[in-house]
Design a binder for this molecule. Structure first.
Ligand SMILES: *Cc1c(COP(=O)(O)O)cnc(C)c1O
Length: 412
């Protein structure tokens, strides 16, 4: 029995159903599965991507630029679609840079962050004319050489490891000792070097953390990031044009989590935009979002190939699992495994339910997609749906593990 007092998943109200079928990209799920031709697959709904960007535009001041951090989902068709909806694309490798450029993203609005950028990747970035978010003193002389070789001044921003943390974040990526960015006290010497070498300094990048559902924490991090950038701008060789205040907007994955309230974040950013107009008049404020833009617009769909009962517990054995969806299995950064919201996509709202576990085909108990959830009674051939799967799916999973076919990805 499921304890009725237990916290529940946020409703997946972005999706509709028709005749007991989940509707994805205007198609009933069984039709979509037939169209895709095989299971498992990921499907991301264009309409939901557009709707999400629309909600953000309505809540945030118009001066704030939205960037898509494409590591969340680097599927080329999706990156191309997003490039038409947001102002810029953030890449974290030369591989991602290629996808962004192929997608037609404007190089002027691409930024390249990430630790351990290799020398050839930095040369590629300068040749492409994208902004490099410098994360180490080592990168600057490499960029200076690339500038000379190509006759193009490297466009640089300094990624600062802030002297504070993003409270309540699923993943902290700033504050304390970190491999990301440079510590605040090192920034002045980097700025001096950039000035000496004639690099095109454009601004600062601060990213405190990820997967945050608390608006107050995000507002606090953005305000502190702004203050820090303002302080560092005093020593900058040129006016700040680019001020990336990070993102970290989370989505509800687990029981008890609720959607982020954008209203206070919009108000806070409006105040910062107003201050920037006076204090850093050349600066554009940028917010970089990954999962918030794409996560809720995607589902993972896997077919039940076997139904087993072991000592009274029902197992729905599916044709895909952690090899395609590591994060839903609980093995991508979670400390305690919890269930993503799930459904039987061709039996939506069916009254006859049972407690069942959906597992994948791998020979490891870690291959668990849904652990003892109340679901409609399902049979072999039915489609298990894992919601909130538009980000950190296929590209964040060990697809070669155990030699099963790779997952198909569609944008519908
Ligand atoms: C991963 C990452 C993001 C995206 O994080 P989400 O939680 O998907 O929004 C944004 N910026 C940087 C620097 C990152 O490393």
């Amino acid at each position: 029995m499921i304890n009725k007092q237990a916290p529940v998943h946020a409703p997946m109200s972005q999706w509709s159903t028709h005749d007991g079928q989940l509707v994805v990209g205007s198609l009933p799920l069984t039709t979509l599965a037939a169209r895709v031709g095989s299971t498992p697959f990921y499907a991301v709904d264009r309409g939901l991507l557009k709707a999400r960007v629309g909600e953000l535009r309505a809540a945030l001041p118009p001066q704030v630029k939205l960037h898509y951090a494409m590591k969340a989902n680097p599927m080329p068709a999706l990156v191309q679609f997003m490039a038409g909806l947001v102002e810029g694309i953030d890449v974290a490798s030369a591989g991602e840079l290629k996808v962004a450029l192929d997608a037609g993203a404007d190089p002027a609005e691409i930024s390249f962050a990430g630790p351990g950028k290799r020398d050839p990747e930095l040369l590629q970035a300068v040749a492409a004319g994208v902004l490099v978010n410098v994360e180490s003193a080592r990168e600057l002389p490499v960029l200076a050489r690339a500038s000379q070789q190509l006759g193009l001044p490297a466009r640089v921003a300094v990624r600062v490891n802030p002297d504070f943390e993003l409270k309540g974040s699923g993943m902290k990526m700033g504050g304390g000792p970190k491999q990301f960015g440079v510590d605040v006290d090192v920034v002045p010497e980097l700025l001096a070097f950039a000035a000496r070498e004639g690099l095109a300094f454009e601004g600062f990048h601060l990213f405190a953390g990820s997967q945050n559902l608390k608006a107050e924490s995000i507002c606090e991090a953005q305000a502190k990031s702004y203050e820090l950038a303002l302080r560092l701008a005093e020593g900058a060789p040129a006016p700040v044009k680019f001020l990336n205040l990070g993102g970290g907007f989370g989505i509800p994955y687990f029981p008890g989590e609720q959607r982020l309230d954008l209203a206070p974040i919009g108000a806070n950013l409006a105040a910062l935009v107003e201050r920037a107009a006076r204090e850093m008049p050349a600066a554009h404020i940028v917010i970089e979002l990954g999962r918030y833009l794409v996560g809720e617009a995607g589902v993972y769909v896997t077919r039940i190939v076997d139904r087993k009962v072991s000592r009274g517990q029902v197992f729905l054995v599916c044709d895909g699992g952690l090899n395609h969806h590591l994060s839903a299995s609980g093995n991508f950064g979670q400390v305690v495994r919890k269930n993503y919201p799930a459904a039987i996509g061709n039996r939506m709202g069916a009254p006859d339910t049972e407690v069942a576990s959906a597992v994948g085909p791998l020979c490891t108990p870690l291959d668990l997609l849904a652990d003892r959830m109340e679901l409609p009674v399902a049979q072999v051939g039915d489609l298990v749906v894992i919601f909130q799967s538009g980000a950190y799916g296929a590209s964040a999973s060990p697809q070669a593990f155990l030699g099963h076919p790779h997952v198909t990805e569609v944008l519908v």
